[in-house]
Design a protein around this ligand. Structure first.
Ligand SMILES: [Zn+2]
Ligand SMILES: [Zn+2]
Length: 370
């Protein structure tokens, strides 16, 4: 399969993708993704950066290189905006606070820990599409993106983030061993503050002055519950984070404090589809695009097809477990806790709509889909 645009490696050049908005691609090592886009919004005082990449020196160096190319001095970065609580989006924020005293803007519910620790970036179906990065195992990684070791402090004894059963009775999603080790090392080397303090929490409807114009904050729960997008109605610019990606669908986790995370995601897609006059949709992974509404419709269609497929599978199998359904829904390279988590989110959506019932047999949830 051809590489998807979200899986391309980070390019070094900086491009102006909308008036006053620069795209800077940063390297990441995560299953199913090749780069994260950090955007610089330039104004008379300096710049705000949106989603400054993973923690660690490799990403920081790449970002410094891109800022230099753009003629932005580090000390002139006055604002960091974080679209949601995933490490490839917030990882560089604390370093900016230390080096420049930048303010950090994120949704008021920004929280990295459980359940965010167990939510990976992209749908399990995209795992294994990317050729293995240097030093990464080539086996199908049925495991989610990295988390960080702070989550251990939130752990509930044996029922911590990597232990204990899931709501559906399977093994809990767990980052690959190497990534867990990497986070642990980072903490040992003094990186305990790599989850930023949010100095300026925002909520839906707030207005931010960036790049010399007004941007509306949209709260778009689904991929995470604290996800925000930014909309500049004046020039038709939309910063979409992971909410609306150009060619892949973000992971929608069944492990969530939302009862029906897929319904939240649909609701947030509809809010975005209502926006008129978008010329530049700028995603956190992949290239800029313009048909934002069309893309939200395509993502919804994808999930409706998955729901229909689940109904077909369930009718064929009769009452069965989340694991059995996920193994029919996903290719073997994607099997595992992450695929089960997505399947569970879809089954719960069917259940809340009155199209499925569940009961417990021992540890396992058994679903009967109508
Ligand atoms: Zn994400
Ligand atoms: Zn992302």
């Amino acid at each position: 399969m051809a590489k998807r645009q979200e899986q391309e490696e980070a390019r070094t050049e900086v491009t102006e993708v909308a008036p006053g908005v620069l795209r800077m691609q940063l390297p990441i090592q995560m299953p199913g993704l090749g780069h994260v886009n950090c955007y610089a919004l330039v104004d008379g005082e300096g710049a705000a950066v949106v989603d400054p990449g993973l923690p660690g020196t490799a990403s920081w160096r790449a970002l410094q290189d891109r800022l230099k190319q753009a003629g932005i001095r580090l000390k002139h970065v006055h604002t960091v905006i974080v679209t949601h609580s995933h490490p490839d989006h917030f990882g560089g924020a604390s370093r900016f606070v230390r080096e420049t005293g930048a303010r950090v803007i994120a949704h008021r519910n920004f929280r990295f820990g459980l359940p965010a620790a167990a939510t990976p970036e992209v749908s399990a179906e995209h795992l294994g599409e990317k050729p293995a990065a240097e030093g990464e195992p080539a086996k199908a990684p049925a495991e989610p993106a990295p988390t960080h070791s702070h989550s251990h402090s939130h752990s509930r004894g044996a029922m911590g983030p990597w232990g204990g059963p899931t709501p559906w009775g399977g093994a809990r999603p767990k980052p690959p061993f190497k990534q867990r080790m990497r986070w642990r090392m980072m903490r040992m080397m003094g990186g305990t503050d790599f989850v930023p303090e949010i100095s300026d929490p925002v909520e839906n409807g707030n207005v931010l002055r960036l790049a010399g114009r007004d941007w509306f904050v949209l709260h778009t729960p689904g991929h995470t519950e604290d996800h925000i997008c930014l909309h500049d109605p004046e020039l038709g610019v939309f910063l979409g984070g992971d909410h609306v990606l150009p060619s892949i669908t973000p992971h929608i986790s069944g492990i969530s404090s939302s009862r029906d995370p897929l319904a939240s995601f649909f609701y947030s897609l509809d809010r975005v589809a209502e926006i008129n006059g978008i010329k530049y949709a700028l995603p956190a992974h992949g290239h800029p695009f313009s048909d934002l509404r069309g893309r939200t419709e395509a993502i919804k269609r994808h999930h409706y097809e998955r729901l229909e497929k689940i109904r077909e599978i369930s009718r064929e199998l009769g009452p069965t477990t989340v694991e059995e359904i996920s193994k029919r829904l996903f290719q073997p390279r994607s099997w595992g806790a992450m695929a089960e988590s997505e399947t569970y989110a879809h089954l719960e959506h069917l259940r809340h709509a009155g199209n499925a019932e569940s009961h417990r047999e021992g540890e396992k949830l058994i679903y009967t889909v109508r």
